[in-house]
Design a protein around this ligand. Sequence first.
Ligand code: HEM
Length: 537
Amino acid sequence: GSPERVTPTGATTDVPATSMAQQGDYLTTAHGTRLTTSDLTLKAGARGPVLLQDHHFREKISHFDHERIPERVVHARGAGAHGTFRGYGSATKLSRAGLFAKDKETSVFVRFSTVLGSRGSGDLARDTRGFATKFYTDEGTWDLVGNNMPVFFIQDAIKFPDVIHAGKPHPDREIPQAQSAHDTFWDFVSLHTEAQHHAIWNMSDRGIPRSFRTMEGFGVHTFRLVAADGSTVLVKFHWKPHLGVHSVAWEEAQLINGADPDFHRRDLADAIEAGAFPQWELGVQVFEDNEEQSFQGIDLLDPTKLVPEEMVPVEPVGLMTLERNPSNFFAETEQVAFNPNNLVPGIDVTNDPLLQGRLFSYLDTQITRLGGPNWNQLPINRPHAPVNDMLRDGFHQGAVHSGVAPYRPNSLDGGNPFETPEDEHPFIDFPAPVAASVKERVRPQSFEDHFSQARLFWLSLSEVEREHTAQAYAFELGKCWDETIRVRQLRHLFAIDPALGHAVAQALGLPDQEPTVAPAQDVDPSPALSQVGGTWP
Ligand code: HEM
């Protein structure tokens, strides 16, 4: 709903002019007094000292001094775009969420990102890419905060600071690891074999996408959908790009990063400006919601595992089109706050221990990043559904609440706000049964296999993709100075596949190694996992 406005650059924006400090034709101070000049300070004589009483000077400099906010602790570099999601109607039998209804249109904002680089880093780094979508539905905001890879490095959120500390720049020199030593990353990955599957996706061509427009997106975790009749299924979300999946070669990535580190954000903005609107189909893999929460031996709560699409095909549920660039990077792409907690009736979480930890982390970090608890009021984060939340005051409060009784029930404000009766469209916290005793810091047995899906991925690659992947390992491990770490990781590569281990060992000038575990024999070398197209159309 807000009226559209045209900015001086000709771009349109949702932000109504009246809400911004850009009213009237005359330059003023922040409190509205007209100014005769903003070019010279007030001095005692033309060549004298500057006076403390020059309020405009102090206001202008002081505001400038505080223009920056902290960058995201991860996914700091990104680019965003506005668009529309249109439901196909195929998911209404699975979920009561209104956005899945046939031809229902919902506004979205998407932010693509790299994970490890700082705000000013290059777009073509070998890294996972974030693919976060905010659906402004009539029933509240749903955030699908995914990545361009279907699995994650760790199985338990308590390890997140560890994996990120291992991948971020070394604390002494603050040089990104891609340009210097890789010891801590490979130390972590080789000591935590659960990371081997995500790591091989990173070493493959998937780690250097051609464009945001040619990336798949994955919700990674298993989610629960709740239908109108209360029945439930488990699902994994997938975004399929209409342009197909394409990557660049490592040498191309190096050249592009040097010549145009903004390559991906430029590509996205240029395409949208030219009317070549990128599109993704949203789909789900659907599983029975049973006590085991697993599918043919694959634990659906283990975020290091995928379910091959030949076993469970992706069923399309809607189409997303990105058709409008942000008109102000800060107000939109930087201030947007995604959160896996933002769910709507019909979409719920599961017990995946990585997802459970994320449910705490995003809200918590945004209180620091966006300066207090009121960032939901920022234009880009405002729900398109009515809000009446009884949250009050706090830093950066922009609302002036009325009434005297922000609690309920109350007998002073007419009892307002009212609760929705359960049968009218409540938010359902699905009553999933919980087994076992409290206080268990253990990993389930089903989380112990760390190699068979890394092998499945390797076997699914074409010959040239395998070459690229082995070369990437050799290049990256070649930057790892600690021989113990290199050999430890090499042993894992032999466990994934002896051919991979041998190719990398040879490139590093090291002898073949004993595999950590015997390579799994029973995985199906299915070609359909590999969808990296060779050339850009
Ligand atoms: C940011 C995805 C795991 C903490 C992000 C963003 C994405 C993302 C896409 C960028 C959002 C944006 O564009 O603003 C994922 C995925 C994960 C995962 C797919 C695993 C499957 C985790 C875990 C934690 C975590 C386990 C912590 C326990 C954060 C934090 C941010 C972030 C703190 C910064 C948010 C902000 O400053 O607004 N994540 N993440 N993530 N993620 Fe994750």
